[in-house]
Design a protein around this ligand. Sequence first.
Ligand code: AHM
Ligand code: MG
Length: 334
Amino acid sequence: MPYTRITLTHFLLQEQRRLGGSGAFTSLMNDILTACKMVSHEVNRGALVGNHGVAGTTNVQDEEQKPLDVLANDIFLHMNALGGNYAAMASEELEDVHAVKGSADGKYLLLFDPLDGSSNIDVNISVGSIFSILRLPEGADPKSANAFLQPGVQQICAGYALYGSSTMLVLTTGNGVNGFTLDRDVGMFFLTHPNMTIPADTQEFAINASRARFWEAPVKRYVDECQAGKEGPRGKDFNMRWVASMVAEVHRILVRGGIFMYPADSENMKKGGKLRLMYEANPMSFIVEQAGGGATTGRQRLMEVPPTNLHQRVPVILGSKNEVERLEAYHRDA
Ligand code: AHM
Ligand code: MG
């Protein structure tokens, strides 16, 4: 490999110089990188160190926790408290806000899903971590969930780590999307995917088709038309993928386009949807929009949904812009 690549740390320093920042942001990002490297290490060691199977506990959403859910959450909480930049954190695995002790000067809030897609751990399929950074509003109490209840448009940074055949970190600070690959021997992320963009058109869709009987009419229409292929109204064949790891699906869309749907259906709407707004939908929407794609509930831009609860669920449709707009139009027509 020619030695011309830049590391994520240098990339952040360049951004800091460009924006004239104080260095706090670079420092807090470095804590996230370290956490992701540690989680990656644990995911890789897998069954060798007892990281498979179930933990015997459930989280706030009443979901069975895996040992790696618990471990990844502990790693994120510990590593991100050290820099003193966060006033508080919130996680998929914790019911309440986690205030950071001794960081009276912390100006930021961190939301994360420490290990998304964890039903895939035991079968050795890609999982990931998702994070979103918000500013602590002036005068807000960081110990209260209210400080976190900001719409997605107020995120200052969002990203994910994908623990796949290689470990990658993909990031936006509102100035495009860049992807970095972990060199395990060096222990550093290197910029390998600069300025990631999502093509506006696609012939690939992702949805859990086992839920077809619950779908609403606009989603059913869209999927039926894709499946009709060349002979149908779309006049082209579509391919389908479903990994059941949102991080892997979003990454595929960033690399080669596509659309991902976990839409409202008659069953999941009893809880508001399946995926979580604050630490799944919002950060992924920020990344997808920054890469030129779209992200909607079907009826509203996702990043404008007013949050009312840390663990709120929401319908999610995101990816190639023309397909997202088509689904929004089908929802309007219904
Ligand atoms: P998790 O946070 O409990 O892992 O759940 C979120 C995951 C997403 O990564 C994925 O898109 C979805 O759940 C898969 O759901 P399903 O099992 O219904 O296919
Ligand atoms: Mg999740």
